[in-house]
Design a protein around this ligand. Sequence first.
Ligand code: 6GU
Length: 259
Amino acid sequence: MRIDIISIFPEFFGVLDISLLGRARQAGLIDLAVHNLRDFTHDRHNTVDDTPYGGGAGMVMKPEPWGEALDSILPADTGANTGTDTDAGPVLIFPSPAGEQFTQAMARELAQEPHLVFGCGRYEGIDQRVVDHFAGRGRVRLVSLGDYVLNGGEVAVMAMIEAIGRLIPGVVGNPESLVEESHEDGLLEYPSYTKPASWRGLDVPPVLLSGNHGAIAAWRHQQQIDRTRAVRPDLLPFDNADAELLPPANSKARRAARG
Ligand code: 6GU
């Protein structure tokens, strides 16, 4: 996968050199380039922002540097793509607290794409015409991490790239470890334990030492339901009160129970 990031703080993305994604880049699974928005300015002060039309607090990012930066990354604007042929070319993502919410499902979807471009806004945001112009040339998405405000899109993009990158085939060594995780089956993950069996007076739940794989799977599934009901009841896809009566998600029995 090719990933381009535009930011006025390219140094932010140095952390993508390390850990799992760093290895994925070295292995050639992810081809990532960070572009400094100020390289696309032409004045002495490399100005990227200005005061908002209509007044109000804060500054707005000027459209011209964004236009030049994105033109340098995206396929040429032939005038042929007027918004109808929107399946081709990269997905252009603007992190924004005003966007649709980023989810595991969106991460899975974006992990299938050959090319993602992230435009990190700062200040009060980017001139709306940048979004409108490029929406007419391809696939544009405004994406939010959640209902809180960050100072800029950089940290949000880092989170999205980590969530997307680990779903690219080959990036995570053991693909099975991707399956039994929070959100993958719509529930929170069950708790995990390793040796020693007893630590500071706390024992590992005996069922996990039983060797009974059916009992272990049932216990883990019940833990997922209990945890989800306790902290994220909004995620439960079924009637709260009956949750523990239902067989595991994706099991034949569950599909039968749903009818
Ligand atoms: Cl994507 N950007 C900013 N600036 N703040 C956010 C966000 C994104 N998601 C949640 N808060």
